[in-house]
Write a protein that binds this ligand. Sequence first.
Ligand SMILES: [Zn+2]
Ligand SMILES: [Zn+2]
Length: 131
Amino acid sequence: MPAFVPLPVIESVIELNFEGYFVPCPGCQKELRINRKYVGQHVSCKHCQTSFCFDLTNPALKNLSVFADCPHCEKSMRFAPKYLGLKAACRFCDGHLKILPAENSSVPPSPALPSQANHQPALRSVATNPR
Ligand SMILES: [Zn+2]
Ligand SMILES: [Zn+2]
């Protein structure tokens, strides 16, 4: 008779869209919370009135982080943008989730096409006669 093996409980991974970004203001360095719908638009800091283009490729905004509410415990999480598209666990409730990447980000697309076609080694000379 086979031993009883309890099945591990698989936590469901909930996919969610993040809500926006925390960005240091280029003018006063205070942290601004900006909804993702403003990506690519001009925004102005509520502290120092500096207006800047909320362009994710702007090097002044490279320290941004992303925020979203945990679908399990509803606490507000913040995380580095590198976690977008990855499975992660909420640090409050340990609930598993996957933050969907921005579908229309203004980040220039990384070269999607494999560039190997351009880097094929030149064909070896056919003059080398195999014996
Ligand atoms: Zn400011
Ligand atoms: Zn949670």
